[in-house]
Design a protein. Structure first.
Length: 115
């Protein structure tokens, strides 16, 4: 199982980006997917998750600005990021939680928000 993240880039404060994370093999359907962020010198923190039944969870810092979604038929999850702030800067990783506690990480995509 491999995940491919894309969509990062450089954006001004207040701008928007949409991240994508694609897998393969019809593995998404009932699994929890998530996006995590790692800023320089910091740990990797949860940004948003979505369970197989569509229940979402967001970090307080992104509530109302970020939206996680998924297309199971395409084995893809998205993170729509609006009203970006400089503190949103970091490497964003997608993750797929398989059975038996196995977690699969994507390779990360850099998001840089300039002030």
């Amino acid at each position: 199982v491999q995940l491919q993240a894309s969509g990062g880039g450089l954006v001004q404060s207040g701008g928007s980006l949409r991240l994508s994370c694609a897998g393969s093999g019809g593995i998404f359907s009932d699994k929890t997917v998530g996006w995590y962020r790692q800023a320089p010198g910091n740990e990797r923190d949860m940004v948003a998750t979505m369970t197989g039944d569509g229940t979402t969870n967001y970090a307080d810092s992104v509530k109302g600005r970020f939206t996680i979604s998924r297309e199971n038929a395409k084995d893809t999850t998205y993170l729509q990021m609006n009203r970006l702030k400089p503190e949103d800067t970091g490497v964003y990783y997608c993750r797929l939680d398989l059975n038996r506690g196995v977690k699969v990480w994507g390779q990360g995509t850099q998001v840089t928000v300039s002030s």
